[in-house]
Design a protein around this ligand. Structure first.
Ligand code: HEC
Ligand SMILES: [Cu+2]
Length: 321
């Protein structure tokens, strides 16, 4: 993750401000340090023979006015593009697409109000279009940060903050919660997937579909049984094509990611898994076996699943594309 590779207009604007200030500061640095070095040399102590004191400039009004006014002018000049960028990058355009982003310890939830989609960890957006992240937090302070797309912004419980995001091109961008929010803060990551608008439409249509309810005899059936019998539905929502089996979680205290399209996401557990070099299934196995061991403090408890139950769950979860 770096702020020096902006992939959209908002991040580019911030990057431009950084370089402007950097070069102005560099010029000031070179002039000031250069002047000090010149003076050290010119006014150095040459020994007793020319011990005459150099001309003193203390109380030189014109000089003092100059070195007060020049920095003030530089700061005033820098403030013009800076303040205007702050105003332009705050808030969203009225016609931008809204995605509600909710911070949880320790994962990000994404809700698309116009499309009726609920997902987690991977925020999918159409490229070349302004997206308005309408953000809040479910528990403590979090901070949503996708360096390639924009700066950081707080997620505050009970308040709404806005962050405009736009990517020029399709691509994948990493993010991170940027406010210390408890034990697994460092594992609270995010990923933004920008797609061609037509691919995005296809993704939306897919996400809107419910999950197939497994029936006896199907390979997913055993895993689905584990899901319903082991208390997973206390915390996880799955929308099935048979409404009577769907569970819509309304609890505020213990909700987990929506699993209806779990397998359509390349990463899970706050985008912290799979780790680099680790296979997806191995990571999922590790996660289901003992979540707090993978993510300290995780609100998904160790449910003491057997090896068989975990394997069955992986088959069922894998069918929720
Ligand atoms: C007490 C609530 C709770 C229960 C019960 C629970 N989970 Fe979770 N689950 C969570 C939370 C919270 C997370 C997110 C944890 C994180 O990323 O820090 C999570 C994450 C997951 C994920 C990763 C999802 C993603 O997209 O990141 C899977 C898969 C999962 N749970 C499956 C299960 C299964 C299967 C069961 C039952 C055997 C279960 N959970 C029981 C709360 C729960
Ligand atoms: Cu956080």
């Amino acid at each position: 993750m770096t702020t020096f590779e902006p992939a959209g207009p908002n991040a580019e604007r911030l990057d431009g401000l950084f370089w402007m200030v950097f070069w102005i500061a560099t010029v000031v640095f070179v002039l000031v340090i250069g002047a000090i070095i010149v003076m050290l040399f010119v006014f150095r102590d040459r020994g007793e023979n020319d011990a005459e004191e150099p001309k003193q400039t203390h109380g030189h009004t014109r000089l003092e006015v100059a070195w007060t006014v020049i920095p003030a002018l530089i700061l005033a000049a820098i403030s013009v593009p800076t303040v205007s960028a702050v105003f332009e990058l705050t808030g969203c355009d009225a016609d931008s697409m809204k995605v509600e982003v909710i911070g949880h310890q320790w994962w990000f939830e994404y809700h698309y109000p116009a499309q009726g989609i609920d997902t987690a960890n991977v925020m999918v957006i159409p490229a070349g279009q302004e997206i308005c992240a309408v953000m809040t937090s479910d528990d403590v302070l979090h901070n949503f940060w996708i360096p390639a797309l924009h700066g950081k912004r707080y997620m505050v419980p009970g308040q709404v903050t806005l962050l405009r995001l736009e990517s020029y091109e399709p691509g994948e961008f990493w993010g991170q919660c940027a406010e210390f929010c408890g034990l697994s803060h460092s594992l609270m990551r995010a990923r933004v997937l920008a797609m061609e608008p037509s691919d995005f439409e296809a993704w939306v249509a897919d996400q809107q579909k419910p999950a197939a309810l497994p029936v006896e005899g199907m390979p997913e059936y055993d895993g689905y049984q584990v899901f319903t019998n082991k208390g997973c539905i206390q915390c996880h929502t799955v929308r099935f094509d048979d409404d009577s089996a769907s569970n819509i979680i309304q609890r505020e205290d213990f909700n987990g990611p929506d699993l209806t399209h779990f397998a359509s996401r390349s990463v899970f557990a706050g985008a912290s898994l799979p780790e680099e070099g680790e296979s997806y299934d191995a990571a999922l196995k590790k996660w289901l076996a003992d979540p707090p061991n993978v993510k300290p403090g995780s609100f998904m408890p160790n449910l003491a699943l057997t090896e068989q139950e975990i394997d069955d769950l992986i088959v069922w979860l894998g069918s929720n594309k």
